[in-house]
Design a protein around this ligand. Structure first.
Ligand code: NDP
Ligand code: KPL
Length: 335
């Protein structure tokens, strides 16, 4: 059975170290393909996986295999792809060269184009889409903090890969409409750019109505583009996405009561795009807003706010000075 063989994480950073660490802590054989700096960090400090509910998992470096050499894929049963979208093609070529032909490949990435890219480069292998709803922040010294709630969704398959990848504190659910779930996550990920441009933690941002209205306006553009293209995004929460812009525009007290019932989010949460700007890395803006803008263009839907946000993120990437700390008014261009 492929599910009895090692799980190899392809490109372990925030998500890969957290998910790989949880699986290793439940006695699965786990190997991480890592950059040298991540290998050194884990060898020195081990892994400390902390959670929004205060729980933590500690793991010595000896619990996982760590390597920067892609031959680490050689006996993989399942490969979890956790690189940023711009690196998918390169890591796919490494998987194609080194992983067994029957290994199951699961993309745990944001965006809606990674599975197609993996299929293109991994012809004939089983590639499943996944969706990670929670946030993980790399805190340094081997600590990876999960700062919001939710279960991972994985496309349904005959091997029940979602069940094989579930562990205490890490539930993976099989989804019959994983494509819809990924489009739904893309709508939520439109906020990554606002988090990155604002330099405000996600919880504080969601507590502020001006930020929520900006998110709602961008979300309405995204939903219009998807609707025009005949795409039905699926919500990962009990709240249907079509109601979400109206909910975001509600006064703080009502909104906070509803949010508190649907998800947990702690003060450390920061989007992955914020982490990219902070570390001077290229962001995933072309794979998030970029994918929605392409859809809008094909269907003659106007998305002016989204276009402005893309320009601001690119400016911040080029300036390489970290998150610029813009206000909602500056982002709208009215300040
Ligand atoms: N962080 C979060 O809270 C969430 C992230 N996601 C999504 O998950 C995906 C991963 O995000 P995240 O974990 O934050 O990203 P990170 O940048 O933290 O992790 C990716 C890691 O992969 C490394 N890498 C890239 N290519 C290779 C390679 N060929 N060999 C070895 N290592 C490689 C990168 O190194 P280097 O930087 O040097 O290239 C980096 O260390 C993204 O699509 C993101 O949108 C989804 C939900 C939440
Ligand atoms: C969990 C969430 C939505 C947090 O913004 C995310 O996907 C990310 O940071 O990339």
């Amino acid at each position: 059975m492929v599910t009895d063989r090692p799980i190899v994480v392809a490109g372990a950073g925030a998500i890969g170290c957290f998910v790989g660490g949880k699986l290793a802590a439940s006695e699965r054989r786990v190997a991480l393909l890592v950059r040298p700096r991540v290998k050194t960090e884990i060898e020195r400090f081990g892994l400390l996986l902390t959670d929004f509910d205060g729980s933590e998992t500690k793991l010595g470096a000896g619990h996982l295999a760590l390597s920067e050499d892609p031959s680490i894929f050689h006996s993989a049963g399942i490969v979890l792809v956790t690189v940023k979208s711009a690196d998918t093609a390169d890591v796919a070529d490494q998987i194609a060269q080194h992983a067994p032909q029957d290994a199951i490949i699961v993309s745990l990435q944001n965006g809606v184009g990674n599975v197609a890219m993996l299929n293109e480069r991994l012809g004939g292998r089983c590639v499943l889409a996944g969706m990670v709803p929670f946030n993980v922040v790399a805190m340094g010294e081997g600590r990876f903090h999960r700062s919001s709630s939710g279960d991972i969704h994985v496309g349904e398959d005959a091997d029940n890969t979602a069940a094989a990848l579930s562990a205490p504190g890490l539930t993976m659910r099989a989804s019959r409409d994983i494509t819809g779930v990924q489009w739904g996550k893309l709508i939520i990920n439109l906020n990554n750019a606002l988090s990155a441009l604002s330099d405000v933690p996600l919880a504080a941002q969601l507590a502020n109505r001006e930020w929520r209205k900006l998110f709602a306006d961008q979300m309405a553009e995204g939903l219009a583009a998807m609707n025009a293209a005949g795409i039905t995004p699926v919500s990962a929460t009990p709240i249907p996405l079509k109601w979400t812009p109206a909910l975001l525009r509600l006064p703080d007290t009502i909104f906070n009561a509803i949010l508190g019932r649907t998800m947990k989010i702690d003060p450390e949460a920061r989007s992955s795009m914020w982490q990219d700007l902070k570390q001077g890395r290229r962001t995933e803006i072309d794979y998030l807003q970029g994918a929605v803008i392409a859809l809008a263009e094909q269907n003659n839907v106007a998305v002016p706010l989204m276009r402005r946000i893309v320009a601001l993120v690119k400016e911040a990437e080029s300036a390489a000075k970290g998150p610029p700390g813009l206000t909602p008014q500056q982002i709208r261009g009215v300040a």
